[in-house]
Design a binder for this molecule. Structure first.
Ligand code: ADP
Ligand code: MG
Length: 262
């Protein structure tokens, strides 16, 4: 390929105008390579654009990761299934394909503290982000607080749109704190507006039968919410030992042995 200086400068200007900074940076090298390797126009252009695509893709991935606000880096691959026999590895692998997001299925992770509910929900979150799905993590308490602030500031519609947006919304720790009536109403509205439209992965320490408790013994709102959550859902009941306690026990055991040893 032959190119004049002014062609080159125009090309730089086009790339700058289009904010294709990665392609602009790669341009001299790619032109050199094209000449040396006698690339076709098509092959050269493809290589140059691929550089820009990779850069944009990486930026998008980073911004999606930031937006998702996942509280830990754990992925599904980090989950130790041998420590938690009540969790079916095949089911988790199936969830990891994210097919459940395609038809707005919800995932309910139910179990006592420390059994890995948050870890699994966050692992699903990382998988979703990696698959290019907009994901957002919140605790139930944070969701309630944010909705409360929004209500005070007259931004209710905006905050509801915000929680409707992500393909996958993770709501962690439902049931740890009883929700005031207003917070329960906010959570209900978030669940209701996502119903059949977007997936929720929800963790709770409460068995489904005791959901009334989260909602101040308001069985109406509890059952209306459960209807929508469960209609299309996968429920994981995790009833094993706390993983935290397990390693704590192992440490205590090791310490005891060390102390007992002469
Ligand atoms: P929960 O949300 O059910 O209270 P977490 O997901 O926060 O429990 O798990 C508690 C801690 O134990 C976390 O640090 C988590 O990474 C770890 N953990 C729990 N279960 C497992 C597991 N099966 N494999 C590896 N780590 C686990
Ligand atoms: Mg948790």
């Amino acid at each position: 390929m032959t190119a004049t200086t002014s062609d080159y400068q125009k090309l730089r200007a086009h790339l700058a105008f289009l904010r294709m900074t990665a392609a602009a940076e790669a341009l001299p090298g790619e032109l050199d390579h094209a000449v040396k390797a006698k690339l076709s126009h098509q092959a050269f252009l493809e290589r140059l654009l691929a550089v820009e695509v990779a850069a944009v893709d990486e930026r998008r991935q980073m911004s999606m990761t930031r937006f998702a606000s996942l509280p830990s880096p754990f992925t599904l691959a980090d989950f130790d299934f041998s420590a938690q026999p009540s969790v079916d590895p095949k089911l988790v692998a199936e969830l990891g394909t994210l097919r459940f997001v395609e038809d707005a299925t919800n995932v309910l992770l139910i179990g006592p503290p420390g059994v890995g509910k948050t870890m699994l929900a966050v692992g699903l979150g990382h998988a979703a982000v990696a698959a290019g799905m907009r994901t957002y993590y919140t605790t139930a308490a944070d969701l309630a607080a944010r909705c409360h602030r929004a209500a005070l500031e007259g931004r209710w519609a905006t905050v509801m749109r915000f929680y409707a947006g992500p393909r996958l919304l993770i709501i962690d720790e439902v049931g740890y704190l009883p929700l005031p009536a207003e917070a329960a109403a906010a959570l209900f509205q978030v669940v209701a507006q996502r119903y059949l439209k977007g997936s929720i992965a929800l963790t709770t320490n409460l068995g489904i039968a005791s959901w009334g408790k989260v909602f101040n013994d308001d069985p109406m709102i509890a059952s209306a919410m459960l209807d929508r959550l469960l209609h299309r859902s996968v429920v994981l009941n995790i009833n094993g030992d706390s993983y935290r306690m397990r390693s704590h026990r192992a440490r205590a055991e090791a310490t005891r042995r060390a102390v007992a040893a002469p």
